[in-house]
Write a protein that binds this ligand. Sequence first.
Ligand SMILES: Cc1cc2nc3c(=O)[nH]c(=O)nc-3n(C[C@H](O)[C@H](O)[C@H](O)COP(=O)(O)O)c2cc1C
Length: 446
Amino acid sequence: MTRQLKLALRVYGVGGPGQHGLWKDPRLPKNASIDIDWYIAQAKTAEAAKFDALFIVDSQFIDATYPPHYLNRLEPLTLLSAVATHTEHIGLVGTLSSTYNSPFNLARRFASLDHISHGRAGWNVVTSLDAGTSKNYGLDEHLDYATRYGRALEHVRVVQGLWDSYEDDAFPADVERDVFLDPAKLHALDHEGEHFKVAGPLNLSRSPQGQPVIFQAGVSDEGRNLAAQVAEGIYAPGGSLSETQAYYADMKARTAAAGRNPDHVLIFLGAAPVLGGTDDAARSTARDIYEADNDFDRKLAAFGRAFSAYDFTQHDPDAPFPDVAARAERGSRTRGLDVVRRARAEGLTLRETVLAFSRFTPSPFTGAPPTVADAIESQFRERAFDGLNLGFRTPDDLQRFVADVVPILRDRGLVRREYDADTLRGNLGLPIPANRWTVQRELVDA
Ligand SMILES: Cc1cc2nc3c(=O)[nH]c(=O)nc-3n(C[C@H](O)[C@H](O)[C@H](O)COP(=O)(O)O)c2cc1C
């Protein structure tokens, strides 16, 4: 089958990172981030354009400097359950942390969404970036990388085990024979591992797609290894074309090395297209968007996130970049060490470092619609990604992309005209995982 580009929509309501002023845009309702009707409308637009999924990112720690959407937003699975009842085909992917959820509770909630949506649920596994989250869950400190990712792998395995509690034909519901459940098709998990002890079974059967689709976001060596073992979709970091291609190749190679089929792991690149009547007009719009949020104090506040919510305002901005590398171990080590390495190598001050990491870098998908379509097509063919996780500033921008760019992609055979299936798995071309107990029985019987 020809390789087709996958499209997902990520929504940031009144403004995510780098969009602090977006809430003032008259086209956005001031309560967009907590208005379920607003989300449903975005999902319907994406569904009409045959997008694969709606993607909800999440975090559970804030202070007053966080972006507007983060300050006041809905819990992902509650949100997606409501969207599920107003849509029919689009996948529903929610971000939930393996660090701050128990596997049983998470398995039950995702399985519920999977039933409510008739097989369209996906779990984006994150280990949580915001160190301050720990204090909302009774822990003094966020976990270090080894523990965070060790727990994440075991967490996913337990959740998948619980999702297989019932074999597909466990409920004959045969009135004549007076048999509702076939008890031989119900299985406890009896898991005892380093991080979890979970008996099971889960009190919920499998959906039409067998199990929700597993996504993952996290780019460290530990994060990549987790993805290689369990992810079916990856939320990839951005960068230059050569960086995204290197990431793509690395993840496909790690997946193969883990004994899995690399075609069953789809890499979604985050992208924020900026469209204009001409390429120049789009570039000028991109520059205006950047300048509208180009505030040093705000950037300085956001800079602390990777370093366990570090308050950089306590330092002279014109002194050398402070020695905060150790704090990244319980924040984002990948980003944190990148920052520290560059500041040291180039002898940068705190101010210069913040500016170096927040300079104007327009999206590679900036231009008139044919230019944007060309860029998407060439990067897709050059294996920078299998799909795009698209973000737009306003519903108008999404509508414009759908009206002006998607038809070009469709005419080139890059995206679908109609949905291929009713489930997220079916539309992503991913196999239904066989129930492990059924497989075991068939092996014994053979
Ligand atoms: C593209 C991308 C998206 C992410 N989205 C989230 C998110 O929505 N919520 C969250 O708590 N963490 C998110 N993370 C953070 C990861 O879960 C991880 O904790 C963090 O990136 C540090 O690990 P790493 O060095 O392996 O990337 C994201 C990471 C990446 C790379």
